[in-house]
Design a protein around this ligand. Structure first.
Ligand code: SF4
Length: 246
């Protein structure tokens, strides 16, 4: 088996090991391809499609975060067709999702000349902020469904499976099973989902309360009393049933 594959990316000869993705091969020669759902420590699923590139001979654009290199492949990462596809993806996202706290995506919008008013008739996906635990809030109006949080909660890191996709089509969002509050799920509040979220849809509770104008003292007492309540609930749930006898 060959231990090196030769291809060209944007006219540059590139050598990389078999199994390397186009995204990684491009990065190895300093060519940056934009991504949203991709994260170095999460499994790639080609969900956002922002990383698409043109591969000579391929009928459709190819998601570079999952497509593997092959011998003699000719890849173009910034053709007009590619840029138009990325611009349209960004415009559709900006139409349906609140990207006000997604600086990387905003930077891409500027780079690709994406206009957030491109689809004025489109409906925005609006959800109430979910504030059901002392550690973090969930604001799914800001969620781009990148799936990073679901993956770190599952096989990519934590193996707790507290969250997943719920709903279908336009109604799709991230949620818990049977929409239970997080303290009633398997969530261990490790914070890894918050760390990988690219849009601030998941945010530490204390940061969120500060933004709401609460003082540090208020925040401390609020989150502490919530935590105490949670610990009491957990202790009560662990008590063996006595059948009313002591
Ligand atoms: S909550 Fe954040 S990490 Fe999870 S899918 Fe939405 S944008 Fe991605």
């Amino acid at each position: 088996m060959t231990d090196s594959i030769t291809l060209t990316i944007d006219g540059n000869p590139v050598q990389a090991a078999p199994g390397t993705t186009i995204l990684k091969a491009a990065a190895s020669v300093g060519i940056e391809i934009p991504t949203i759902c991709y994260h170095d420590y999460c499994t790639s699923n080609a969900l956002c499609r922002l990383c698409v590139v043109e591969v000579e001979g391929a009928r459709t654009l190819v998601p570079s975060c999952v497509a593997k290199i092959s011998e003699g492949m000719q890849v173009s990462t910034h053709t007009e067709r590619v840029k138009r596809a990325r611009r349209t993806i960004l415009e559709m996202l900006a139409t349906t999702v609140d990207l006000s706290e997604a600086p990387d995506i905003q930077a891409y919008m500027r780079e690709y000349g994406a206009r957030d008013e491109r689809f004025p008739e489109a409906e925005q996906r609006i959800s109430p902020v979910l504030d059901d635990n002392p550690m973090y809030i969930r604001d799914y109006s800001k969620c781009v469904l990148c799936w990073r949080c679901v993956q770190v909660c599952a096989e990519d890191a934590q193996y707790t499976y507290a969250i997943n996709f719920t709903g279908r089509g336009f109604e799709t969002q991230i949620g818990t099973f049977f929409e239970k509050p997080l303290p009633e799920t398997t969530c261990v509040f490790c914070g890894q989902c918050v760390a990988v979220c690219p849009t601030n849809a998941l945010k530490p509770k204390r940061q969120w309360l500060l933004e709401q104008g609460r003082s540090p003292d208020e925040i401390m007492s609020l989150t502490r009393s919530e935590r105490r309540r949670r610990m009491r609930r957990e202790a009560a749930a662990e008590q063996p049933a006595t059948g009313g006898k002591s």
